[in-house]
Design a protein around this ligand. Structure first.
Ligand SMILES: Nc1nc2c(ncn2[C@@H]2O[C@H](COP(=O)(O)OP(=O)(O)OP(=O)(O)O)[C@@H](O)[C@H]2O)c(=O)[nH]1
Ligand SMILES: [Mg+2]
Length: 347
């Protein structure tokens, strides 16, 4: 049908045009039904972009790194999409402004599209938006999509499942609780970046990570087995030594996440990160691994859609119930929840 507005919006996305992209993303955010119809049309055109997640603690330097990665991929003539997801921004409002400043130089570049997603108070909603935004960019022919997300538990895990390659950014000296929370991010990291390598405690952060990776992943081969002794300390490797990229993994073996150092603000060490992405992408190209990651993205999107839909339904029902309850005899929260749950699950 020619006069179906969703169909023509889908066509506009496929033939690019920034306006269409922004409009499609807004449709997905604001109107669940139309958004789903649009995504259904775009889905067959997705799966071509290379999607990279960049996660880490607040202030670790993710945006600065993403900014440099955008330049690096642009220099290869790739069109690059950036999705900055910030679950905390509803509270602070600061990070998105920071992103804007840090990525300013790319705003006039037609080969770059940057979209910031702030929390609307719902994790499910944010994941759904992120997944939809990635789909739109993918369908529109962007070659590389970088998703920046602040490392806060659930959200970072959800968003990392949208990516083929997950980069975990760590900065030295961020304190004990951050160190502890690293345990959770070890699993999702395909590439570890110790940013702010200009700081004197960067070597310690590298050693920390090496130790935690060695403990957490006994099946992984650690080529540098010797502890202590007279070997050069790998934690003190120079910025430009990319030997750890070679550890990435043979196509038939497991992937060993490299640990790289960068000074994102000065653009140092970026090429090694891009090379590690290439290596990981090459590794994914074998034995159906990439297909597995794409399916994982699909599953994550299903989860996000269901989550958002159920939350919306629960909110609507709870509001309705509150209105109905005025003047009526009091019901326990348990009985009320059970009654509402039945309605959520049945219709
Ligand atoms: N010394 C030093 N400072 C850096 C480096 N990279 C980033 N910074 C600084 O660290 C601060 C945070 O950088 P961002 O890139 O905004 O970090 P982020 O992880 O995106 O921060 P949020 O999105 O707010 O979580 C800024 O003041 C940067 O200038 C680096 O390599 N060395
Ligand atoms: Mg940021």
């Amino acid at each position: 049908m020619v006069d179906d507005p969703i169909a023509s919006l889908a066509d506009a996305v496929l033939t690019a045009g920034e306006r269409a992209l922004a409009r499609a993303m807004r449709t997905i955010d604001d109107d669940a039904d139309r958004g789903l119809r649009l995504l259904e049309r775009l889905y067959p055109y997705t799966g071509r972009a290379y999607v990279v997640g960049v996660t880490g603690a607040p202030g670790a330097g993710k945006s600065s790194l993403v900014d440099r990665l955008v330049s690096a991929f642009r220099s290869r003539d790739a069109r690059v999409g950036v999705v900055a997801v910030d679950p905390s921004s509803a509270l602070t409002g600061g990070a998105l402004l920071g992103d804007r400043i840090r990525m300013q130089r790319h705003f006039l570049d037609e080969g770059v599209f940057i979209r910031s997603l702030a929390s609307r108070g719902q994790l499910g909603g944010l994941s759904r938006s992120a997944a939809g935004t990635v789909r739109v960019l993918d369908a529109a022919g962007f070659d590389v999509i970088l998703i920046e997300t602040v490392g806060v538990g659930q959200a970072e895990l959800a968003v990392s499942r949208l990516a083929e390659t997950s980069i975990v950014v760590v900065a030295p000296g961020l304190g004990d609780d951050v160190q502890a929370s690293k345990a959770g991010i070890l699993e999702i990291g395909d590439i570890f970046v110790v940013n702010k390598a200009d700081r004197p405690d960067a070597g310690a952060a590298v050693r920390d990570l090496q130790q935690m990776l060695a403990l957490g992943a006994p099946v992984r081969r650690r080529p540098r087995g010797g502890h202590g002794g007279h070997h050069a300390d790998p934690g003190d490797r120079s910025l430009h030594d990319v030997s750890s990229v070679a550890q990435g993994g043979a196509s038939d073996g497991p992937w060993t996440p490299p640990i790289l150092r960068t000074v994102a603000t000065r653009g140092e060490g970026i090429e090694a990160v891009v090379e590690a992405c290439d290596a990981h992408r090459g590794w994914l190209a074998y034995a159906g691994r990439r297909d597995e990651r794409l399916r994982r993205r699909d599953t994550e999107e299903v989860r996000a859609l269901i989550d958002a839909a159920i939350r919306a339904r629960v909110d609507a029902l709870a509001t309705e119930a509150q209105a109905d309850a005025s003047g009526a005899p009091r019901v326990s929260p348990y009985a009320a929840a059970e009654a509402l749950l039945r309605r959520v699950l049945i219709d």
